[in-house]
Design a protein around this ligand. Sequence first.
Ligand code: SF4
Ligand code: SF4
Length: 405
Amino acid sequence: MTTWHKLRKRIHLLCVLIFIALPFFNFMRFDIPRERFYFFGKELWINEFAIIFFALMFLMFVIVLSSVFYGRIYCGYLCPQMIFSEASDAIDAWFRKRITKRFPTLKPPARARIARVLWLAVVGAGSVFLAFIFISYFVEPRDLLRRLASLDLHTAGGISGAAVTLVTFLDFTLVKQKFCTTVCPYGYLQGLLGDDRTLLVHYRDPGEECIDCKKCVRVCPMGIDIRTSPFQIECIHCADCIDACGDIMARLKKPNLIRYGWGVKGEPWRWTGRRVVVAAILLAYAGGLTFALTTRRPVLVRISPVRETLYRKGDDGRIYNRFRYQVANRGAQPDTVAFSIRNLPGAQLVSSANPVRVEAGKQVTGEFEIARPVSPGEALVTHFEIAAGSDRFPMTFLAPSGDPK
Ligand code: SF4
Ligand code: SF4
């Protein structure tokens, strides 16, 4: 029979693989030096605020909705802090066992010291690796690897790498599950998010069959006794106590006294007002994200007039107005943008580069002028449009008051 513990460990392994893969394949990464946000292979620019906002809110509400339905499942099954804390404990226990077996003649304190040194060495190496993966979410992993290979501890990347490694090491040697009950707000939030049908781990013993073996307490990674209450802030719904009691009671041919259940009464799952509201918000963010992604345009053009001088009179007698453009290619292919003039008779666009070619992921800025002959008595300000691809930009052409001569 697959126990909850085995299932949880398999999910932990999957989560670790996903945690490692996400930055390498740009599934989710916030590149600080390049000011890019990567989301499921899409490269988003930092100024694409709507998409980043919807993506973050969508992910947050996925966790909120899972908390309303399934309680602390995130903590027990998916949270990196819990996964690595438990891994650290498991490595510690494994070394103690192996050293005891291998050196039976050594005194217990000496065996404990050897096991501790080996455990610290493994957690130290693991901390370097985890810090590397963590920073890869913010700095391109290959670039980071190059810096690490050259033992770069001077730049911001090197200093933050060393700092994150130290924090990770201290976290997984000293803090571990204490983080969940002291620093992390999620456990406290769960009290607000859950309703009377949220999934719980609870102990029910109407026949008073508990033999008080305390195995459920000994296996609990949070060190609590589930028999006292199903609402303890420390409980991460990992179900290790369910496995423990099931194992003991099976030997006595009695039913398990601890189980997962929908709320304390074990009533069937159903939609409640709170669930509908949270699901509706999640759907709204999912809709917003889909809309923002599908209407996203890879090439973004901005044009503004240069008004340090309102106009200049050329040697050819024409009046010149200067404009500044910025073309950002947020797509994966090179692109070109051609500028043209609409609704300004006799005008000519004077530019050293038109159309403008922009490589993928790059931004180009430049200036061009619009020249036109202005007859006496013509308007001081003429409204017209500059076209750039399918975009139209309303602009004004300024000329001297009535007479350019
Ligand atoms: S009480 Fe049970 S479900 Fe809760 S943390 Fe402890 S072992 Fe896990
Ligand atoms: S493991 Fe089961 S029988 Fe043993 S103390 Fe816990 S609830 Fe009672």
